[in-house]
Design a protein around this ligand. Sequence first.
Ligand SMILES: C[S@@+](CC[C@H](N)C(=O)[O-])C[C@H]1O[C@@H](n2cnc3c(N)ncnc32)[C@H](O)[C@@H]1O
Length: 422
Amino acid sequence: MPKSHYEWDRWSPPVIGEHSLAKHRILREYVERYVQILMADPRRDLLKLTVVDGFAGGGIYQLATGGEHLGSPLILMDAVESAVAKLQRKRLKRIKVAADFVFIEKKADAHVCLESVLEEQRPGVLQSDHVKSVHGLFEEELDGVISHINSRGRKPRAIFILDQYGYSDILVDTLRSIFSRIPNAEIFMTLAVGWIVAYMNGETNAGHILRKSLGLSAAEVEDAFLREDADAARKRRTVQAVLHQTFSTKLGAQYYTPFFIHSRESNKSYWFLHLANSWRAHDEVKKLHWTMENHFRHYGDAGTMMLGFDPRKDNPDQLDLVYAFDYSAKGRTTDSLLEELPRMITDEYTDGIQLRALAQSLANQTPATESLLGEVVNKACQEQLLVKKGRDGEVRRPSTTTKPNDIIYPARQLRLPWPHSK
Ligand SMILES: C[S@@+](CC[C@H](N)C(=O)[O-])C[C@H]1O[C@@H](n2cnc3c(N)ncnc32)[C@H](O)[C@@H]1O
């Protein structure tokens, strides 16, 4: 388990770590975008949404540079209010976002602190029907929370923030039950993969915890963690590959972003995952990662083998290349995709594939957004490796922006060496 936990006292709040600030920026911007995108149709004037902060914390921090910084519960409330204000400026008709917030916190001190911050920042809010603050355990409250969400409409919308400290408080079964009962739900969750890797070296009960929390079999735990005697970077990639299997097959969510927040304070990384059945939501989260260079890391391939790590084939020299969603990462992803896409489209899509369908099929396999895939398609068209056509079958010039419904075909003669050799 991570050693440094936040301790909450309203008069001496904990100092927030840099990694938590990065996480808060993603949450704030994502929730704002979420509301704006769902309300983008000018005919729409009502959105019902429930936001659940299941590991809410004490609601306030100190900044190392001085001053206070609000915790995730108020960031989420602010984000919804700010989106509504921005939308309302462009509309004559009054819009309504009926957002319910549920905040759950296990520790009494943190919960008391959270309620006093909520009362200071939004007087009277705790007496309203729209904000519920619970002193309890997320896993014990979940059933009631899901019933409440489902009582709000036929296809209810909900965002869950599950910001656990380690890796054992959120079980795979819990995530699966959220998606099976609320298919439109989206989940942001933390998973301390760095600690999983470290613990696998020594602690004997860690395997048991992993089996329980991630739903792995004893053989999978043995395979992934115990037989591997390589260094931490290689081990981390092995862990990722196993978790990739878990997340892509056991949760009932079609898409997930498996990027890391690197904590310089503890020199350990943890996954900040976004899980959803909506591809659009997934692509928006990826776009946010690309706007925050150097805060998030990806320890995998730059192209289409994001997490498909095979320890026997992987080149150890590549393992420690930092992928920080910056200029160099973009260059590496572009180069890898430029090599992989023409071959993939020639092998698998001889009748062509729309850019949107390609982006959806590669969503869990590449850090590239749809728009970056479109840029690579253009480059490949310039190099006459691919051809793109518009809706009416007209060949589109490489200089035009690739549209989501453009169809991409293999060029008749692929000019790459064949079969591929490095
Ligand atoms: C990382 S902190 C949350 C920080 C908060 N999300 C923020 O960004 O401001 C995790 C919190 O979850 C609480 N917690 C731990 N296990 C819990 C559980 N099973 N149910 C609810 N809260 C829990 C801890 O007491 C701690 O306050």
